[in-house]
Design a protein around this ligand. Structure first.
Ligand code: SF4
Length: 427
């Protein structure tokens, strides 16, 4: 029997350009499905960001993973295969948040993490009794699968060494889908299994895809001690609060960390309070950023616009803040009420959602009525700050403010140029 594992694209060809591929990571969810699949099934994996699906070849089962912005494309793919008599399964964050919507487009919806579902679902499929819905218990840390990476080989990914050490988050920010999907507690894999996985990757560069690698300082310290001897360089996501602990930062750097993705979200304290992220203390941002930089770790900051306390001045104020603190790389998004989040519930109650065209839920479009701006002002402001930050002038300014982080100069210039090209193509 043959299974096709599919990751839908956005339908934008430019994602396959060199600049698009620079930001593309292999779909780990599909690697996990592959690792949970018995050996007697034949597996093919297609990530539409890298190549087209071939609808002429018909497998026995198609499993499609989906986020919100690519859900319409996931549904299209599912329909195409069903018209050819192939059974389809939808899973991932979006179908799990809206299973009754998803089931209108597939034979089956897998709600939640794969480990508690996929083996059972495949056994039922093999026996010809596939159910409409499967829901599973959250796996214990020891049951979290290591993705089968052979399915990503020769697919053209630049970033291959992606690793997940934990799932879940107890913090529960209003706009975030992580807690609903992965639960409100951290579940950490054993450090030994993470070290073994990295060693098997045989790479010198790892991307930790955890939403927060520093959620537990004691686990993180144990992890850093475990990976330091491997002599790999790595990047991760962590809160800005890591900047208050110099000893922790030094250990992180010694273990190979060279870059951290930080969700600042906003430089407006009221906005952070509004969405339950007041553990980000704006008054301490400068100090924390400086300490992280001084340790030799670069920062990519994520900034979000459209909170109820944001007016038109927020874009200029944010750019001034970024220039002053010398943040190396930045992502600018529009607040988006993803299905199943507290933010969506609130905006629905306030009758402020203006579209449920999921294609627009890509953080580059405004899908609700902002409080202190028009939709156009919010869209225009986000584009303005993106253009300013990635302008030649902005890039040169950052190149001259690297300080200790000279190792970052070449990657920084490449990333800036790629991102500028990517933005142009995306728009
Ligand atoms: S935004 Fe980060 S800290 Fe907040 S709930 Fe999501 S993963 Fe946790």
């Amino acid at each position: 029997m043959k299974i096709l594992l599919a990751a839908p694209g956005t339908g934008k060809k430019e994602k396959r350009s060199i600049s698009g591929r620079a930001f593309q990571v292999p779909p780990l969810a599909l690697g996990i499905l592959a690792s949970l699949t018995p050996d007697d099934f034949e597996i093919e994996m297609v990530d539409e960001s890298m190549r087209d699906l071939d609808f002429a070849s018909t497998p026995d089962l198609v499993a499609i993973t989906s986020l919100t912005a690519n859900a319409p494309r996931a549904y299209e793919i599912s329909h195409q295969y069903r018209e050819r008599g192939v059974k389809t399964v939808l899973g991932g964050i979006h179908p799990s948040a809206v299973p009754f919507e998803a089931i209108q487009h597939a034979d089956c919806v897998a709600i939640g993490e794969a480990e508690g579902i996929w083996p059972r679902l495949l056994a039922d499929f093999r026996a010809g009794r596939l159910k409409k819905f499967y829901r599973g218990r959250k796996p214990d840390p020891s049951q979290i699968s290591i993705p089968r990476r052979d399915i990503f080989e020769r697919k053209g990914y630049f970033l291959k060494g992606t690793v997940q050490t934990s799932r879940g988050c107890p913090l529960g920010c209003d706009f975030c889908s992580v807690q609903r999907f992965f639960g409100d507690k951290f579940r950490f894999r054993s450090v030994g299994s993470v070290v073994d996985e990295i060693r098997a990757l045989a790479t010198k560069f790892v991307v930790f895809v955890d939403d927060n690698l520093a959620g537990s300082r004691s686990y993180a310290r144990e992890l850093f001690a475990g990976i330091a001897p491997l002599n790999v360089k790595w990047i991760c996501q962590a809160p800005i609060t890591i900047g208050k602990d110099l000893g922790f930062l030094k250990m992180m750097h010694k273990a190979g960390c060279r870059g951290v993705f930080v969700g600042f979200e906003s430089i407006m304290p009221d906005s952070l309070r509004e969405v339950g992220k007041s553990f980000n203390v704006v008054a301490r941002f400068h100090d924390h950023i400086k300490r992280i930089h001084d340790t030799g770790i670069s920062i990519e900051g994520a900034f979000v616009f459209g909170f109820d306390h944001d007016d038109k001045s927020v874009f200029k104020r944010t750019l001034d803040f970024i220039n002053k603190t010398k943040i190396d790389f930045a992502q600018f998004g529009i607040l988006t009420p993803f299905p199943g989040t507290k933010l969506q519930e609130r905006l629905k109650r306030e009758n402020r959602i203006i579209t449920e065209d999921w294609r627009k839920y890509d953080i580059a479009h405004t899908v609700f009525k902002p409080a202190k701006m028009t939709v156009e002002e919010l869209d225009r402001g986000r584009r303005w700050i993106e253009d300013e930050f990635y302008s030649l002038k902005g890039t040169v300014r950052r190149a001259f403010s690297l300080g200790r982080r000279t190792h970052y100069l070449i990657p920084m210039l490449i990333l800036n140029a790629s991102y500028r090209q990517y933005i142009k193509a995306f728009r």
